[in-house]
Design a protein around this ligand. Sequence first.
Ligand code: FAD
Ligand code: NAD
Length: 470
Amino acid sequence: MAYDVTVIGSGPGGYIAAIRCAQLGMKTALIEKYNTLGGTCLNVGCIPSKALLDSTEHYHKAEKEFAEHGIGVGELSLDFGQMIARKADVVEKTTGGIDFLMQKNKIDVLRGVGSFKGGQEGAFQLSVKPEKGKAETVETKKVIIATGSKPSSIPGVEIDKKRVISSTEALSLKKLPKTMVVIGGGVIGCEMGSIFARLGTKVTVLEYMNRLIPGMDGALAKDLQRSLKKIGIDFHLGCKVEGVSATSRSTTTKATNKKGEAVEFKAEYCLVAVGRKPYTEGLNLKAVKLDTDERGRIAIDDHFATGVPGIYAIGDVVRGAMLAHKAEEEGVAVAEIIAGQKPHVDYNLIPGVVYTWPEVAGVGQTEEQLKEAGRKYKSGAYPFRASARARASMDIDGQIKVLADAETDELLGVHMIGPRVADLIAEAVVAMEYRASAEDIGRMSHAHPTYSEAFKEACLAASDNRALNI
Ligand code: FAD
Ligand code: NAD
């Protein structure tokens, strides 16, 4: 069979690229090695983790907050197996939705490991090797590589998937652990740590840096640490993990703490959350003389083109943030480029979100980045403790911080920690896309009482130090 475009990998980068290619009239195939479509995000990433974050948040609220609302639930109980089963059901329905989308858009889904056999632009040959049975060969004019990423580790730490686990195994544990050490206080460490801590697991996070969620605004990291301490997570910052050993029942993690002392942490499980690495195994890149860079990524130019004409790459397997919505934007853009259009992805306006409670979200420049660039800025913040809506829902932890250009008042960065800020950040993205000033937002009506009023107030604080409700 011959295609105009063949996409390898069905994650949010790959399946969205395939849909956009099909919409633009290209005969499109999508190769996926697993039975279910959707990649890391739908199967072992965004969706299952959010399903468990929602379940555990309900449990936590029932345990800690319902009484204050005047609600008694008797003796609270936990069916961990049902919680995991519900998560699996959410994943199944969501991945099934991608099959529907492929049919709707007349995209041929080829199941098996996709690898290059040879060829050149206009006529590449790809092999598709299913788990059982013979490989078939497809011919395609162009190829989009969207093979994503896998968990990475550090020297001295081998992920055995039994006691020393990655997020993939942690999302499907059969029994709630009593104790868990998490290596890495990044996004996965904070989200997965929250899931287990809310259910009563004693969670200890070991983080190499002197702060959590590196890359996000420092003010949010401090607030987040304070909130996560309240749910019982123990943090060791400035702590360098050097090795983990495991028996069939427990793990011992060895590290050097910030005083330079050797320390040891024992736990039922050790969750390794130190980042992810691009995944190119099995692609047989050498058949088309394509190489990876020093970090294992596929090198691309500003138009997602690799060094080989006709082969493009997007998502976690290339440079940039490893985020589903970044992969999606690239999927749309690469399809449009192949169709001869001139799309643009503004990486400065790709928001980052951590789905803890309070949630954390940011877009644009952090205060640290503005300082480093020597940019003159002004800042304004509004604490959720001052928001009537937040008091009504008992979600008063957190703040919204706005950074605006000192002279023009243009929004340069918006950083939020608080209730539902994963959704609130969209307003900041729209505002910054249209190059709004802080005053523009401060003069727009925001429904009362809503969490979104906190963004308006923070903008008023930044634009002219004139927040109204504080
Ligand atoms: P992937 O989703 O990794 O998909 C790649 C696909 O390619 C896979 O299905 C793989 O099987 C397939 N493949 C690989 N090689 C071959 C081959 N040779 N032949 C055929 N198929 C192949 N991001 C967010 O934005 N929000 C979140 O809330 C979020 N939560 C996350 C939680 C966790 C626990 C994890 C691990 C990640 C999370 N992410 C989140 C990150 C997000 O999942 C990734 O950024 C996103 O999935 C990347 O999409 P992708 O299409 O590049 O690759
Ligand atoms: P991360 O880069 O967010 O965090 C890894 C952390 O491990 C860092 O804080 C790092 O300093 C620390 N670390 C590294 N070596 C260490 C050592 N020897 N000892 C102690 N700490 C060490 O990576 P992650 O949390 O594994 O997540 C992987 C990717 O998945 C990220 O790129 C993220 O964007 C994506 N993801 C996104 C979401 C979301 O958008 N909500 C959720 C989960 C994952």
